[in-house]
Design a protein around this ligand. Structure first.
Ligand code: PGU
Length: 398
């Protein structure tokens, strides 16, 4: 009898809906030697500005070391809240900004404040699985709406959104599909939401990473009182700093702040001071364009390789104008789950698409991130993927 047998742990009801993140699981797999990984949404380490951050670290220690190492305000470091508010393309008061430990925490705080068991929410079909993972803990009824570049299906939204607590939407370079809602689609979504009194949660970590043209303005700019906007420094600076933010209407500030206090007291003050320095120095005005140029080359490498290698296969994929992901649909009778082990043995990893659906999962879909591997590795990875698909097509037809 082991010591543990003397205890009887009763798990909370909410844990029944919990499951491991498929992104995180696939990440382990793709860290194996010799695998080209299209799996994690890991920003390219080449974009991490080590020198600028080292200098900022020295300056923070020199000028405000004690404050940076002390407990800090729950709402975030004042100058960073001001800089974030000023950088957004609509009128935002610094008091509306709460700095969070990654945008993932912003989603968690929002869910804590707005959800009850059984409450309805609406998500896109598919949507970011990490958001589903967070929302699930609060046991909502998750409804989904179809969509594309024209935005979400407005009739479906009108029907499912009435009485829902919010719609969670990713209008720019969506995770996982890479698609961007056009101007008309954004207007239509906001009009229906306003019409039926449906609040909008807008998650926008990729909006700055456009390759040809910037996406249309955020939903929050059109409907500031009916929207919580969520942003992140992960994809434009470094995810390891765990810095994100939310911008909420004043009516929600107090409760969101209390949720933040309860969650972790505050986001590391040291990291917030680093980023404030970089923002105040205008660092991002050159850094973000350099990420765009790098990722554009990577995106082109992936689309070029797909064009070449997938010939003759009944495979379809998205052509993203920014962000990090290509979304692929496999031939009939081939699921991404069945393909994954074959792909890994050929030397390439991806994230299967099904976990990005809250319902009506399309098992023929998968997500490919093009930002971490080099163009040469992308070519190798796509060739390996095509080999794996061909092998199953041959097997199926035998
Ligand atoms: N929202 C969206 C749409 C995201 O894609 C991500 C990260 C987040 C929020 C959370 O980002 P923060 O770093 O907390 O600001 N997406 C990555 C997560 C990768 C991982 O390792 O789990 C992805 O690959 O989808």
């Amino acid at each position: 009898v082991s010591q543990a047998d003397h205890f009887f742990w009763t798990l909370a009801e909410r844990t029944t809906g919990m499951s491991p993140s498929v992104i995180r699981e696939t990440l382990k797999l793709s860290q194996r030697e010799g695998i080209v990984s299209f799996a994690g949404g890991l920003p390219s380490p080449k974009t991490f500005p080590i020198d600028a951050l080292r200098e900022a670290c020295i300056a923070v220690f020199r000028e405000s070391g004690h404050a940076a190492l002390q407990y800090d305000a729950s709402e975030g470091f004042g100058p960073l809240r001001e800089l974030v508010a000023a950088a957004l393309p609509w009128r935002v008061q610094p008091e509306q900004v709460i700095i969070t430990s990654g945008s993932q925490q912003a989603l968690d705080l929002i869910a804590k404040v707005l959800l009850d068991p059984g409450a309805e929410i609406v998500v896109e079909r598919p949507t970011y699985l990490g958001a589903l993972q967070t929302f699930t803990l609060f046991q909502p009824a998750v409804l989904s709406v179809g969509g594309g570049v024209d935005g979400v299906d407005v009739d479906e939204l009108r029907q499912k959104g009435s009485g829902a607590r919010f719609i969670y939407a990713l209008p720019s370079f969506q995770n996982p599909t890479g698609r961007t809602m056009n101007e008309a689609g954004r207007t239509a979504l906001c009009n229906v939401a306003a019409d039926i009194g449906l609040p909008v949660i807008e998650d926008d970590p990729y909006g700055d990473l456009w390759f040809e043209t910037p996406p249309p303005s955020p939903l929050a700019a059109r409907n500031p009182d009916g929207c919580i906007y969520v942003g992140s420094f992960s994809k434009i600076l470094a995810p390891g700093l765990r810095l994100g933010f939310l911008v909420a209407p004043k009516a929600l500030q107090a409760k969101l702040l209390q949720a933040k206090q309860a969650a972790d007291l505050h986001t590391p003050g040291f990291n917030q001071r680093l980023v404030s320095r970089l923002m105040a120095d205008g660092f991002f005005s050159t850094h973000i364009p350099s990420i765009r140029s790098l990722y554009k080359v990577q995106r082109d490498a992936m689309l070029g390789a797909l064009e070449k290698e997938m010939q003759g296969l009944d495979v379809h994929w998205s052509r993203p104008g920014g962000g990090m992901f290509v979304w692929m649909r496999l031939p009939t009778n081939l699921t991404a789950e069945a393909l994954l082990p074959l792909a890994v043995s050929e030397g390439v990893a991806f994230v299967p698409g099904a976990p990005f659906y809250s319902e009506l999962a399309d098992h023929r879909t998968l997500r490919l991130s093009y930002v971490t591997p080099t163009p040469q590795e992308i070519a190798l990875g796509v060739t390996a993927l095509a080999r794996a698909i061909r092998a199953t097509v041959v097997t199926n037809s035998q």
